[in-house]
Design a binder for this molecule. Sequence first.
Ligand code: GUN
Length: 283
Amino acid sequence: MTDKLISGKELAALQKENIKKEVSRLNRQGIYPKLSVIIVGDNPRSLTYVKGKHKDCAECGIISENIEMPENVSQDRLLAEIARLNKDDSVHGILVQLPLPAHIDEYAVINAIGSDKDVDGFTAQNVGNMYLGQDCFIPCTPQGCIDLLEFAGVEISGKDAVVIGRSNIVGRPVTQLLTERNATVTTCHSKTKNIAEKIKNADIVVCCVGKRGYLTGDMLKDGAVVIDVGINRNRDGKLCGDADFNSCIEIASKITPVPGGVGLMTRVNLLKNTVKSAIRHNK
Ligand code: GUN
């Protein structure tokens, strides 16, 4: 069964070694990649994610700073901070951890980030460029899904893929990245008719619905490849994905585990985008 696992742990470790070397090389040229993370409030999940991002940066020699703002911070104050970071030449990546409190306009805040420092790839400029196939910052989780498929040697071109979920962060961009690689993609959501039939026909299933155990083995075509983007907790508080792992691994030819799959690649891609930004700013 282990030969069916697509290990994010293995790929992330390999890529982190390369990032470390690249950062050392940049340091020798006097370039010090730096990521600034803004976190508003104290959402426990966001705090955990942000902590992980700083740990990864430290491991790879990337400088990172945490800018904490209270839950009731005004939008103007937040925008002023982003404007300051946009102007700071020592900062290459700016990340505003989502979600933001309800009184803040997420679209306005994200788009205040200079697209040249938008290492999340969330600004309209980067999203637009991604759809146009231009050089840009690709969002970290969708890129991670592609990285894992490529690492596992899965042929994407000509395959039928189903993406379950249509969020701006994962579902939509991963649909685009698969399409760009010549897959025929069906993006499913809560209003999709005959979803079971669509999943059953898919060679590649990317599950990003955010529902524990949503995808079960009996829903899959024999030999399908499953990329599980979900991060949920089971009844015992343990991390689990959107796929019911034990039943899916019986039918799938390959599957990403949770934890140890896509989540680790999201983290690595943030590092890669930060290094890319540092290189671009020093060209
Ligand atoms: N919240 C959950 N995932 C992400 C992410 O990839 N980037 C940001 N900025 N916030 C998130």
